[in-house]
Write a protein that binds this ligand. Structure first.
Ligand SMILES: [Zn+2]
Length: 42
């Protein structure tokens, strides 16, 4: 049940919902919480 959500702040790749409830970049493996993405509306 993965779907794109926002963009990685590091490399610009799309983020995918992680099973643990946060979001992960498939390119550089950085992890973001939903709050992180919302506070950085680009
Ligand atoms: Zn990335």
């Amino acid at each position: 049940m993965e779907h794109p959500y926002g963009r990685c702040q590091h490399c610009g790749e799309r983020l995918y919902a992680h099973i643990e409830g946060d979001y992960q970049c498939v390119n550089c493996d950085r992890r973001y919480t939903e709050a992180d993405l919302e506070t950085r509306a680009v």
